[in-house]
Design a protein around this ligand. Structure first.
Ligand code: ZN
Length: 158
């Protein structure tokens, strides 16, 4: 039977911080803050994969109390997550995601994000979907204090 998994993540945005999103660097005067590179989309995808495989969550496997993960490239975490999922005998059916961010506009970055994530996940680009929307200027996302990402993944038995 295929297995479905869901992931969510949110991070704060602050000035003078590199902005990593979907595995690539976005040009902006603010960046997401966190223990790692704070890539909200990659973290949501990790949680969706772990959830689908019944492997817990990102905080359990890569605790933010560990110096090993300080400022780490989240693509490394994604690669390790994929390895755990493959080891359990699953492959990625498809992955659908949404980024919620007020500014900047990121739609033109999406093809590069998909290309980057397909390489890390060793899957075809056609299996990955990334959508972007604003929060209509409502709440902390609307005030550009932070951003969120949602991911859902279908795993198939390999
Ligand atoms: Zn995160």
């Amino acid at each position: 039977m295929p297995r479905i998994g869901f992931g969510f993540d949110t991070h704060k945005l602050e000035t003078d911080r590199d902005f990593w999103l979907g595995g690539i660097r976005i040009s902006h005067d603010k960046g997401a803050t966190g223990h790692s590179d704070a890539d909200v989309l990659v973290h949501a995808i990790c949680d969706a994969l772990l959830g689908a495989a019944g492997l817990g969550d990102i905080g359990t496997h890569f605790p933010d109390t560990s110096s090993e993960y300080k400022d780490i490239d989240s693509k490394v975490l994604l690669k390790r997550t994929l390895d755990m999922v493959l080891k359990k005998g699953y492959t990625i059916g498809n992955l659908d995601t949404t980024i919620v961010l007020q500014n900047p506009k990121i739609s033109h970055y999406i093809p590069e994000m998909i290309k980057t994530l397909a390489e890390v996940l060793k899957t075809d680009r056609s299996r990955i979907s990334i959508k972007a929307k604003t929060s209509e200027k409502l709440g902390f996302i609307g005030r550009e204090e932070g951003l969120s990402a949602y991911a859902i993944v279908l795993l198939e038995i390999s």
